[in-house]
Design a protein around this ligand. Structure first.
Ligand code: HEC
Length: 169
């Protein structure tokens, strides 16, 4: 029976240690405002920065004629676009420090907002489809440029309607 007690004590120590490690890693994540369910505003700002970085990257690759390398950026944008609605819980306008540029219109026209995310997702998927086999099946620069323009317009479409201009933060 003594060994049972020992084992129980050992298990408890392990559980407590794991619990502490879990807390520590949560705190680290929360600090960055990344993947923090309690802070959808920071998370969506990070997601959007990431969309912007992927977009810049794919535009540079297009300029360099490196079409096959664009597929991964298009895929990232498509995946992220699916998550946009989750990061806009009703009325989440953030704290003054977060300087959220979300407009209240998002929740007044939720269907329009969802449609805008779908447009970006579909435009990114089309670009992915076009470039994913570009090494084996060459595509023209015009085709790639047209698909990128379409994607850029989808981002702008949502921003024009649902994002405040910078000075109004
Ligand atoms: C469905 C609407 C919607 C779509 C689609 C969308 N955005 Fe945004 N974006 C927003 C909103 C709203 C904000 C402001 C978020 C906030 O501050 O709370 C934003 C913010 C941004 C920011 C600023 C992030 C920051 O805080 O510094 C960038 C960059 C950005 N978007 C890039 C893009 C790109 C690139 C695309 C297309 C690939 C895109 N967005 C598609 C709605 C959208």
């Amino acid at each position: 029976m003594a060994s049972n007690a020992k084992r129980t004590r050992l298990l408890r120590t392990v559980a407590v240690t794991l619990g502490l490690l879990g807390l520590l890693s949560c705190a680290a994540v929360a600090q960055k405002g990344l993947l923090d369910e309690r802070d959808p505003v920071s998370e969506r700002q990070q997601l959007m920065k990431n969309q912007g970085a992927n977009f810049k990257d794919l535009r540079d690759k297009a300029k360099a004629g490196n079409f096959a390398a664009i597929a991964v950026n298009a895929q990232n944008i498509a995946f992220a676009a699916r998550h946009i609605p989750l990061l806009f819980p009703k009325g989440s306008l953030g704290t003054p420090e977060q300087k959220s540029r979300a407009k209240p219109e998002i929740w007044q026209d939720w269907d329009g907002f969802i449609a805008a995310t779908t447009q970006t997702r579909d435009a990114a998927l089309a670009l992915w489809e076009l470039t994913k086999d570009a090494e084996k099946q060459p595509v023209s620069a015009e085709q790639v440029q047209a698909a990128i323009k379409n994607l850029a317009e989808s981002c702008k479409g949502c921003h024009d309607k649902f994002r405040k201009p910078k000075e109004q933060q």
